[in-house]
Design a protein around this ligand. Sequence first.
Ligand SMILES: Nc1ncnc2c1ncn2[C@@H]1O[C@H](COP(=O)(O)OP(=O)(O)OP(=O)(O)O)[C@@H](O)[C@H]1O
Ligand SMILES: [Mg+2]
Length: 450
Amino acid sequence: MTSARIEHDGEHLSPPTPAGQRSLDAILQSASEHSRETIRVLGQLLGNQPVTVMPPAQFAIHHLGIDGLEIASTKSTGPATSLLLLGNLLRLEMHRHAGRVVIGSPGDGLPPTWTQLDIGVDEKLVVPGRLVAFFPADTIASVPLCAAIDDRSWQREFSILSSTAHKAEAERVLADLQRRLKTGENPLRGRVLEARVDDGCLRIGASRALANERADLILPAAVWREVDMFLASATERRELLRSLGLGTNRGLLVAGPPGVGKTHLVRVIATALAGRYTTILADANSVRHHIADIYAESDTFGPTLVVLDDIDLVLGHRDGSGDNTGLADFLATLDGVRQREDILTIATTNDPKSIDPAAQRSNRFDIVITLPKPDEASREGILARHLAPLSLPLDLAELARVLDGATGADVKEVIRRAVLEHGRSFTQAELLEIAASGRWKATVNRRKYL
Ligand SMILES: Nc1ncnc2c1ncn2[C@@H]1O[C@H](COP(=O)(O)OP(=O)(O)OP(=O)(O)O)[C@@H](O)[C@H]1O
Ligand SMILES: [Mg+2]
């Protein structure tokens, strides 16, 4: 019951409640916050029994004590994750005024529903999904207001219901909630997030910790210089660029054949910017269908780094065949965010030529870093990095020479195969034999989205 009604406010008429519920309300009056939370979750598990089945507008008219002609609605529509985050602020306000808030049905005779917001690995918040909440005067505002939330994809909306006389106050409350999303009260801000498509909807949630270390990636010094220049444009040189009117919004395109460390590199960059930027790692599916929404969500996160991995899978040439809406949306969206100083975009591709020329025109990605296949010295470095924990007496220079033409991913596969076949200990001859045999090569194309 507690999910339907945090507590009985006594002041306002509400439909009759069973006697058992009244005594539970009385118990809750003296219960600790922790006990209330436990009971609320139990209420959800057992099925929410709404105290009222009035639709939200009727609920608001009833609780605000107004005439049906006097009701005003102040709405905010936004992408799904932004709505969840508004729901989280609503949750905080409901807790802050727990003794006085009344919760009602979202309509259709249904109980209030709650939903999950992923804020970290195994860290979830239970936030309002579909419900209406009445805040009496001197709680969320000096005047009485209702807040209604609906997370259904076709209906997604957050609204403040008030009397027409209090519309200005409702607008102020909504603007204040939206401002709070850009502060530390947004639990996803500054984190590394993943965008994926779930049930046809874009979902943005916390990503697993990025384990890609800079020291693990062996690249030529010239490439690191470019990477550091890009990082500086986003960090210590940012203010200077901005004050000189030179723009801080740098789109970076990382190009190179499969397996040379592109994904690894963008994750290293994301890690370097963590805290300062919220990172959104977008998979090919979300880029193809929801690119505009990804950038719209970024509005909520303050400075944001959007990572679009493997864009060649989405942005083929406009050759008249197939579906090009992904490309058209991509171009329109990227041109739109050029004006915003707090958004960085990094994309990766196997072959810049496979992308429609319009997508890589210099004003969309102003830095292109091409990762080469590793040279002999780099291959030796990669071998050293992965073989070091085994402390084997191996001639890495010879191995690096033999692995001519191999990518970083190939070098790792050879070592992996050796460990699979021989365990912790193998000889130079055994490793050379595996490298020459080619049986470390995967038989299927390992690119994820094909
Ligand atoms: N230069 C390198 N130094 C160290 N490790 C490397 C290097 N290049 C690739 N690797 C390793 O190879 C594996 C594959 O790299 P990654 O996924 O970043 O390649 P990619 O360029 O994104 O490939 P794809 O085009 O197939 O997506 C990773 O484990 C990565 O750490
Ligand atoms: Mg990759």
